[in-house]
Design a protein around this ligand. Structure first.
Ligand code: APR
Ligand code: ZN
Ligand code: ZN
Length: 362
């Protein structure tokens, strides 16, 4: 029997979001229904609403979530009703070339739930944001999208690991391989950049240089672990980073904006043998022009980081445990908790740069 729950949908391009009654079917084979306890408000949800991620309206928004498994379908053994879980964007297959080579984050056959949630009023199928759709009292996902973690963590904090915070921490510890004693520069200190700072600190970086054009962001970055800050509105960040690193450039530069000028800064701010990690997502029309001789002449690595190259079952429980031990401050990322009907307002605050994360709690 499908259950009726309340959920936040984006009905059409640029239309305000609204709460609707949605129907959540019983879990089919390999699926789970999760009672959502918390879900962060992320830029990607706003992009869905604005039409930046296709036109499969209506979207059921929300994708940075934690909750408790309510029921599971046939064949599900990894999670059980009552488990406290963090949701991830897609279950990996375990069988494709990428999975078999031990790089499941590049899995070619990821999947979400096969059944669809629908709008109670019209019967229309809903497209869940990133295959999750968790601005809702309950949601249907593939069981492989659920990772069990220690229930001692608060849902608001745990949910954030499902997207932006994982992307940032993972950019530092997984993609960038930041190590003890490294110098790191992070360009763009929103939620993702700040998480990269937290990850670099966790990994034992000696210098963590935060770069942003907004002084408010630099203040927060410092409280999260930046050792130096550079406002790139009035200072050339490449020069500043070189100066702070004995003239060499940073061992790892993490770009968390997604614009051509900051990609370029990241490229030149690294040590000749350093690593550039690109985690900011550009738009399709953006281009980067570089002298080939500079590309050739600089060694090291240029890497992009997708979802922090995370393995949810490996990384979520580990980061939750580090948080519970007091070694990783995840609370710092939760600016406010809000109700389901306040998502539209939260988008405005996010857009204005007033919050790191607003988290809907249920
Ligand atoms: N130079 C430096 N910092 C900049 C610049 C610039 N030219 N332009 C913007 N910024 C800063 C903003 O001031 C803000 O602090 O970049 C930060 C971006 O943060 P948010 O808008 O909060 O975005 P966030 O959620 O952190 O995501 C950043 O990572 O995963 C991707 O899609 C995501 O592309 C986005 C990026
Ligand atoms: Zn696979
Ligand atoms: Zn997100």
């Amino acid at each position: 029997m499908a259950q009726e729950v309340r959920g936040v949908i984006a009905p059409g391009k640029n239309e305000p979001v609204r709460i609707e009654t949605i129907l959540v079917p019983d879990p089919g084979p390999g699926e789970a229904v999760v009672k959502v306890q918390a879900c962060g408000v992320c830029h990607t949800d706003l992009h869905y609403k604005q039409g930046g991620i296709g036109d499969d309206y209506p979207f059921l928004l929300g994708h940075e979530a934690a909750g408790v498994v309510e029921s599971v379908g046939e064949g599900v053994t990894d999670v059980a009703p009552g488990d406290f879980v963090i949701l991830n964007w897609r279950a990996v297959c375990g069988n494709c070339r990428a999975c078999k080579r031990g790089r499941p984050w590049y899995c070619f056959a990821t999947h979400n739930a096969e059944q669809k949630m629908t709008l109670a009023s019209t019967g229309q199928e809903l497209s869940p944001a990133l295959g999750i759709g968790a601005f809702a009292e309950k949601t249907l996902v593939a069981a492989g999208q659920c990772t069990k973690v220690d229930p001692a963590a608060s849902p608001a904090v745990a949910g954030l690991l499902g997207c932006g915070v994982m992307a940032g921490i993972g950019a530092a510890i997984n993609t960038g391989n930041v190590g003890r004693g490294d110098s790191v520069a992070v360009i763009g200190c929103g939620g993702v950049g700040d998480a990269a700072i937290a990850g670099s600190r966790l990994a034992g970086a000696e210098k963590i240089i935060a770069v942003d054009i907004d002084d408010r962001k630099l203040t927060t970055a410092k409280s999260i672990g930046a050792t130096h800050t550079v406002n790139s509105k009035d200072t050339d960040p490449v020069e500043a980073i070189r100066e702070l690193t004995g003239g060499f450039g940073a061992d790892v530069v993490i770009e968390a904006v997604g614009r051509p000028e900051t990609y370029k800064q990241a490229f030149y701010a690294r040590d000749l043998a350093g690593t550039v990690v690109l985690v900011g997502v550009p738009t399709p029309e953006m281009k980067l022009e570089l002298p080939l001789l500079d590309v050739f002449g600089r060694g090291g690595a240029l890497k992009s980081s997708w979802y922090g190259d995370c393995l949810p079952d490996r990384d979520f429980p580990m980061l939750i445990n580090l948080y519970l031990q007091g070694r990783l401050d995840l609370e710092a990322f939760v600016t406010e908790t809000i109700q389901l009907d306040e998502v539209e307002k939260a988008f405005e605050r996010m857009h204005a740069g007033d919050v790191l994360r607003s988290v809907v709690t249920l």
